[in-house]
Ligand binder design. Structure first.
Ligand SMILES: Nc1ncnc2c1ncn2[C@@H]1O[C@H](COP(=O)(O)OP(=O)(O)OP(=O)(O)O)[C@@H](O)[C@H]1O
Length: 257
């Protein structure tokens, strides 16, 4: 059986800078795949290629057997791909549940007219949406913050709401852009636990891009390490962590266990 996501020989340059070069990997269904690397390694560029923000100069990206190249960003959710943003994209005046509900829109079957006319199918869909939002709010521990505009919440809580909004789309592939950037130790541990719960409950395939190697050691099934846009290691976290090239890429800084 072919992988859910297949990336082959992807390359992209900006002026003279080769941001990605011959990047290839597979993401198997229900697995967690992590892409890591030091600053400037090309992680964000790869994320942008996967989310139709950039079009690679070379190579192919296939999802569920079809090409992702040329797909419009707004069509990704409908195809089963949801993402989070490094700079949070929440609606500040809305609370946690309202922001999560926005993620349901791409999953809704009934159109605007149906909603206006209150067809029974629409009422059923609304009830279904409310149930799904409640489940996600509960799973992420967001109940205490209901009713508070998200702008007034701590950064760590806002990151959880953003994760909730992506989850509400019930994606086949969840793309997480540096999920623990800016979080303290306690919040990072909580995020790791929540990602474990999401995998157990929804069997979601996850690809995450992350700078913090320690965070993903116990989470990822496979890890790709980039340096200056090139893959330097690909494999199980415990093997990749010991790879001399990877240790050198992190500039002699100790690779956290
Ligand atoms: N739009 C762009 N225009 C010009 N150069 C770019 C652009 N996007 C990325 N680059 C260059 O591509 C290289 C890879 O950058 P990228 O942001 O993907 O790295 P990164 O691994 O995400 O780094 P960080 O951990 O600092 O976020 C860098 O040299 C960067 O300057």
């Amino acid at each position: 059986m072919s992988a859910l996501l297949q990336v082959r020989d992807v390359g992209i340059s900006f002026g003279g800078v080769r941001a990605l070069d011959q990047v290839s990997f597979d993401v198997e269904e229900a697995s967690l795949f992590a892409v890591i690397g030091p600053n400037g390694a090309g992680k964000t560029t790869l994320f942008n290629c996967l989310t139709a923000a950039y079009r690679p100069d070379r190579g192919t990206i296939d999802f569920k057997g079809g090409s992702l190249l040329g797909v419009r960003r707004r069509d990704l959710a409908g195809m089963g791909i949801a993402r989070t943003f490094q700079n949070l994209g929440l609606f500040d005046k809305l609370d946690a549940a309202e922001n999560v509900l926005l993620g349901r829109h791409s999953a809704m079957q009934c159109g605007f007219l149906g909603a206006a006319l209150q067809f029974p199918a629409v009422r059923r869909e609304e009830a279904n949406n409310r149930g799904k939002v409640a489940e996600i709010v509960d799973l992420l521990g967001l109940d205490p913050y209901l009713g508070t505009p998200s702008a007034m919440l701590l950064y760590g809580i806002r990151k959880l709401i953003e994760l909730g909004r992506a989850l509400a789309m019930e994606p086949d592939l969840l793309l997480l852009d540096e999920p623990v950037a800016g979080l303290n130790r306690e919040e990072t541990a909580r995020m790791a636990e929540i990602i474990r719960i999401i995998r157990r409950r929804f069997k979601t395939t996850i690809l995450l891009v992350e700078h913090d190697m320690g965070f993903l050691m116990s989470l990822a099934d496979r890890v790709l390490v980039l340096e200056y846009g090139c893959p330097i290691a690909l494999g199980r976290p415990e093997d990749v962590q010991k790879d001399p090239k990877v240790i050198a890429a992190y500039l002699g800084t100790e690779v956290p266990a």
